[in-house]
Ligand binder design. Structure first.
Ligand code: DLL
Length: 434
């Protein structure tokens, strides 16, 4: 553990610390951010009236639109002269949002990312290749500061130029890879094409996140790269990476609860649900200065895994995020996340872990089809074998997810590879009828 005094705190100590920090944060935003002042006033909530952590449930939520409306700096709670860094979300789902960090925020972020890397067993003897994108995306620089903080050799290679990445991994003696799981897969595939088996290299752990991935994908990555693969989670509005991470037990992600209060709420009623039940993840930051967020609705779906963890960390664990409410497909009434389809596909021999869910219009009806590549050794011109495999894929999806869905097997390498977050859903519904 990087900070055992915090990571293994007793629950009582932790809750006392949370309450103190929460009070300070609520006062800070009330005094400095008009959006919060208005929200709190309208709800009749006064920060000094908060007497226990359960009172948090009476505080209004914050949503992405609040940040958009305050674009670019309107929700900052520190004067601009104290802000030393900004990051921003990609804006693929609308207007971009901007987040700001004070020097103290950057330091704490470094600590939290050092914790994250330590969860993967990293020490100052490690060599960390950071293949998350650098820039306005929080992935690259987030991991970077954590790696330096821990004292690892830090390789700021960013995403892209995949052959060079493989060469660097080999030549520089990389032991830990930080990348999206889809990019890690591409790195492994590219290495094989270059005649390099990553399992023969010193690489021993991967910190993979920034997009949903399945348990079977973990097995594939661990087998093809010869690593311990852990899931790391975060979002720019709350911090970036460093919000939660799996330990080597690989059973849920420890939330850094001394910095973030997690709640799971029913996405319809917005009422908190008991530990163990699925719902939307809501975070309140309690140490951020630049842009604290109060009850921020992430749209990510998860649950708290009840009970202690064998690793000794006392922070509660959240289950891996299977998807976002915005990515959820409703297929004839059944809710499905692309990562659940991935879990099925990656368990079938003969198909490759490269897939896309394609939405189109047939007349006025929505049509859903999964495109998945066959494995590199599959003879694509053997029609019978192809039909057999296709039937198997359809049947396994039907049995696991209780939906019947079109499946199209496609040739190896025909699905676009990603160097960052993979695009799992291709929505062609506005591009005319098929
Ligand atoms: O993706 C921060 C990050 C960088 C996390 C590097 C981990 C590693 P955003 O670009 O703001 O920030 O996207 C945040 O990505 O709300 C989730 O929907 C999704 N996400 C992030 N990590 C995971 C994960 C970064 N481990 C959004 N599993 C979040 C599933 C994830 N989804």
């Amino acid at each position: 553990m990087f900070q055992p005094d915090f990571e293994a705190m007793s629950r009582d100590e932790l809750e006392a610390l949370q309450l103190e920090r929460l009070r300070a944060t609520l006062t800070r935003v009330y005094e400095n951010v008009p959006t919060y002042r208005e929200k709190f006033d309208t709800a009749g909530f006064r920060p000094d009236a908060l007497s226990s952590l359960t009172d948090l449930a009476t505080v209004p939520f914050t949503v992405k639109d609040d940040l958009r409306a305050a674009y670019p700096y309107g929700m900052f709670a520190a004067p601009m002269r104290e802000i030393v860094r900004v990051h921003s979300s990609s804006g693929t789902t609308g207007q971009v949002t901007v987040v700001g960090y004070t020097r103290g925020d950057i330091e704490r972020w470094g600590d939290l990312m050092a914790r994250t890397l330590a969860c993967a067993g990293a020490t100052p003897d490690d060599v960390v290749q950071i293949s998350y994108g650098y820039g306005l995306f929080t992935g690259g620089l987030g991991v970077h500061y954590g790696s330096e903080r821990l004292g690892c050799v830090t390789i700021p290679i960013s995403g892209g130029n995949t052959k060079r990445q493989v060469q660097v991994m080999k030549d520089f003696g990389v032991t830990i890879l930080a990348a999206t799981p889809s990019y890690a897969l591409l790195l492994g595939e590219t290495a094989l094409e270059m005649g390099i088996d990553v399992r023969d290299l010193p690489l021993r752990a991967g910190v993979f996140g920034a997009e949903p991935w399945s348990e079977n994908m973990r097995t594939q990555l661990e087998e093809t790269l010869g690593v311990l693969a852990i899931d790391i989670y975060g979002l720019s509005e709350v911090l970036g990476p460093g919000v939660a991470a799996e330990c080597s037990e690989k059973h849920g992600l420890h939330v850094n609860e001394d910095h973030f209060i997690i709640e799971i709420v029913d996405p319809e009623t917005l009422q908190p649900v008991p530990d163990g039940e699925m719902g939307e993840v809501v975070f309140t930051t309690i140490t951020k200065e630049g842009i604290p967020v109060i009850r921020y609705r992430t749209r990510d779906i998860s649950r708290i895994i009840p009970g202690p963890c064998a690793c000794g960390r006392t922070f509660r664990r959240m289950q891996r995020v299977s998807g976002r409410t915005d990515d959820m497909l409703i297929i004839r009434g059944v809710n499905v996340f692309p990562s659940q389809i991935e879990q099925v596909l990656t368990g079938i021999p003969g198909v490759a872990p490269h897939y896309q869910v394609v939405l189109s219009k047939h007349g006025s009806l929505d049509h859903v089809e999964v495109h998945v590549e066959v494995g590199p050794d599959f003879a694509f011109d053997e029609i019978r074998a192809l039909e057999k495999l296709q039937r198997r894929v359809s049947a396994e999806i039907a049995s696991a997810l209780a939906i019947s869905i079109g499946v199209k097997l496609v040739e190896p390498k025909s699905i676009q590879r990603s160097e960052g977050k993979a695009k799992r859903v291709l929505d062609l519904r506005n591009e005319g009828s098929v």
